[in-house]
Design a protein around this ligand. Structure first.
Ligand code: B1M
Length: 219
């Protein structure tokens, strides 16, 4: 049953159909499906396929935009359920989160933000295309424990190093820890640029953030 549902979710993203994507998300909540599984096995599978078809010239930028819209509608439906399942009351730490300058991909970063909030972090989401100085200003003004920097393009990854340099120059480190992620980012890259940690996905970002603020135990 879930497999059929995941396939339909995947297809709704490929079709760029936000109404279908949202309706399937509602159905999955009703059926008791884990929202993270719905995202990973359903909607992200659809986005991956759209990305592959974009690479081969079978789909174009408007198709990617529609696919992203469908995904975002589904995530908006699933978000309260994710929060309900992972609710923690105590604030574990403050995270300033954003996608680097020149990069407007936000879906992965938003998932990281949702999971961090649902697991007890206070998240200050700066959005996309964020210049280093905004990360610095906000980290200072909110008293951040962690700055989370997302990058989705090989050409924008260097923006993560720019943010780290700006935080260093402002004297905010090592007090503020830096977490980096995004599909082209690797552990080796995170070490190279002097980040405090790298997470492959949203769950990993929660586990690592807990470590970085010194909270024991798993998510
Ligand atoms: Co674009 N795009 N895109 N795109 N897009 C990719 C990324 C691409 C791989 C497609 C392809 O060619 N196959 C390719 C990048 C190639 C590369 O650099 N290696 C690409 C390109 C080339 C472009 C443009 C340049 C296209 C153009 O204009 N010619 C352009 C760039 C615009 C810009 O940013 N300046 C562009 C534009 C867009 C849209 C605007 C249309 C849209 C984004 C809409 C939006 O976000 N609101 C879009 C989309 C949707 C995609 C694909 C299809 C999906 C990306 C996505 O959201 N994935 C993507 C193809 C693909 O993925 N196969 C593609 C789902 C998401 C859940 O995964 O972002 O990896 P991800 O996040 C994960 C982890 O990486 C991790 O956790 C998340 C959840 O598990 N993670 C973190 C992410 N951030 C983290 C931070 C952390 C920790 C973990 O700590 C802080």
């Amino acid at each position: 049953m879930s497999n059929e549902l995941f396939e339909a979710m995947c297809q709704s993203v490929i079709d760029g159909d936000p109404d279908a994507a949202a309706a399937l998300a509602e159905q999955s909540i009703h059926d008791g499906v884990d929202p993270l599984e719905a995202i990973d096995l359903g909607y992200v599978a659809g986005l991956t396929e759209v990305g592959a078809r974009f690479s081969t010239g079978e789909m174009f930028l408007p198709d990617m935009m529609l696919a992203a819209r469908a995904m975002q509608r589904a995530v908006a439906v699933l978000e309260p359920e994710m929060t309900r399942r992972a609710m923690h009351r105590q604030v574990l730490g403050r995270v300033v989160l954003g996608t680097v300058k020149g990069d407007i991909h936000e879906i992965g970063k938003n998932l990281v933000g949702i999971m961090l909030s649902a697991n007890g972090f206070e998240v200050h989401d700066l959005g996309v295309d964020v210049p280093p100085e905004r990360f610095v200003e906000t980290a200072r003004s909110v008293g951040a424990d962690i700055v989370g920097i997302s990058a989705r393009l090989t050409t924008t990854m260097t923006g993560q190093r720019d943010v780290i340099r700006a935080l260093d120059a402002a004297g905010l480190r090592p007090g503020v820890k830096v977490l980096v992620g995004g599909a082209p980012v690797t552990r080796a890259w995170s070490t190279d640029i002097g980040a405090d940690g790298y997470a492959e996905d949203a769950i990993g970002a929660v586990a690592l953030s807990r470590e970085l603020v010194g909270v024991a135990g798993t998510v």
